[in-house]
Design a protein around this ligand. Structure first.
Ligand SMILES: C[S@@+](CC[C@H](N)C(=O)[O-])C[C@H]1O[C@@H](n2cnc3c(N)ncnc32)[C@H](O)[C@@H]1O
Ligand code: SF4
Length: 392
């Protein structure tokens, strides 16, 4: 049975053996100048793409066999542009093919401009909404190229909380000219809004975007690294004080039940099917016949016309271990070395672990190894030191 909007998602628990489904809807009403996701302006009604996604799901079901889905996530792009009928068809098809686990999370990434459709999305079965409010400052929203103002963003938070039990906000900070006081003001609005989950992201300048080109020409659009680190620390302390501890580098939740199952599944190294243009997936483990990495064709028309929609690569045990270390260290409870060893036959690099421990960048508890506060600021570098040697 399809989960109803009032169902709660599976709280806590080890998701390393679980299965999720990610659906990429690549269309956006306007392309934001900072965004490097696989996005396009819509050129048709999306019916052909929907049919292709449904066919692709059936093909993947042959590969996975009968395993219930703990999470179904609509990402993008802007899946809040999908009609209720389209959402319902995907949810019903997923339920028929795999079955949705009791309390499965059915999440969707929404633009505040699409708030009139929230009740329809909930009626289709969506039970968690992630809202791209980005900022509560009108000037900042203009410079981020957003198609909504702060007032509309705030109204969308109220509309979301009326329609969904679980709501998250995406915010972009560390923008050029943004002071600690400015950011504190914006973050405080989000913390007091009543939602249970926040994803504050530092503005990243992606080379292939309009922002990337402007920075290449000499403009400053983001704060420098030191100011970014200060704003990150301010984010941690404000969120902590307001009862939103970080459970991952850029994700904060009031309680375990408010955490995103979709994201936790990635970080735990679970399996997920990715359908829709450019979607990635992972299936299997080295210790059980091998893990495959899949990437769907990026262009919507190429994906829609098929028949071959994905490129696949088999990951070596070492590649799989590297991913599991990098992902696993992102979460606050840390990487579970037992899961790493069981999945890949490999452990973390022990000399790297000793070095990082001696520098106070990681801490260990039993089989778990986690980044310290300082380690989180240097997450990629520290994680790289723990990746097992290829010779291992
Ligand atoms: C797929 S979008 C979310 C939904 C919807 N398309 C929207 O923008 O409202 C995912 C999130 O990634 C974040 N994001 C995208 N590009 C970013 C960048 N260059 N730097 C920081 N955050 C970024 C934004 O916060 C955005 O809400
Ligand atoms: S941030 Fe969201 S709305 Fe903007 S281009 Fe990216 S996916 Fe589309």
């Amino acid at each position: 049975m399809t989960a109803s909007p009032s169902d709660t998602a599976p709280a806590g628990g080890d998701l390393s053996g679980a299965l999720g489904l990610y659906v990429h809807w690549p269309y956006c009403a306007r392309i934001c100048p900072y965004c490097d996701f696989n996005v396009y302006r819509p050129r048709n009604d999306g019916e052909a793409l929907l049919e292709a996604i449904l066919q692709d799901m059936a093909v993947w079901r042959e590969r996975t066999g009968p395993r219930p889905l703990v999470s179904l996530h609509f990402g993008g792009g802007t899946p809040s542009l999908m009609t209720q009928a389209k959402l319902s068809r995907v949810i019903e098809t997923a339920d028929r093919l795999w079955g949705l686990a009791s309390g499965a999370e059915i999440g969707l990434e929404a633009n505040p401009k699409d708030q009139a459709g929230f009740a329809d999305m909930a009626a289709a079965g969506i039970n968690r909404l992630s809202l791209g409010v980005q900022s509560f400052d009108d000037e900042a929203l203009v410079s981020l190229g957003r198609d909504h103002d702060a007032k509309m963003g705030q109204a969308s938070i109220d509309a979301a909380q009326s329609a969904f039990a679980r709501v998250s906000l995406d915010l972009i900070y560390a923008r050029a000219g943004q002071s600690a006081t400015d950011w504190e003001g914006e973050l405080s609005i989000a913390l007091a809004s009543g939602v249970g989950h926040l994803s504050p992201y530092q503005l990243t300048i992606e080379p292939a975007t309009a922002f990337g080109k402007r920075v290449e020409r000499g403009e400053t659009l983001a704060v420098n690294d030191d100011a970014g680190a200060d704003l990150y620390e301010l984010t941690q302390s404000l969120c902590e004080a307001a009862g939103f501890p970080a459970y991952e580098i850029s994700n904060h939740a009031r309680s375990v039940a408010d955490q995103s199952v979709h994201n936790r599944l990635y970080w735990a190294g679970g399996d997920w099917i990715g359908v829709g243009p450019g979607a990635h997936g992972r299936l299997g483990r080295a210790s059980a016949g091998g893990r495959i990495s899949s990437e769907a064709l990026r262009r919507p028309d190429a994906y829609a016309t098929g028949p071959q929609r994905h490129e696949e690569t088999g990951l070596s045990a070492h590649e799989e271990a590297a991913e599991r270390v990098l992902m696993g260290l992102r979460v606050s409870e840390g990487l579970d070395r037992r899961v790493l060893r069981a999945a890949t036959g490999l452990d973390v690099d022990l000399s790297g672990l000793e070095r990082m421990q001696a520098q106070g960048l990681v801490r260990t508890q039993g089989d778990h190894v986690a980044l310290s506060g300082d380690g989180r600021l240097l997450a990629d570098g520290v994680s790289g030191e723990l990746v097992p040697d290829e010779e291992a």
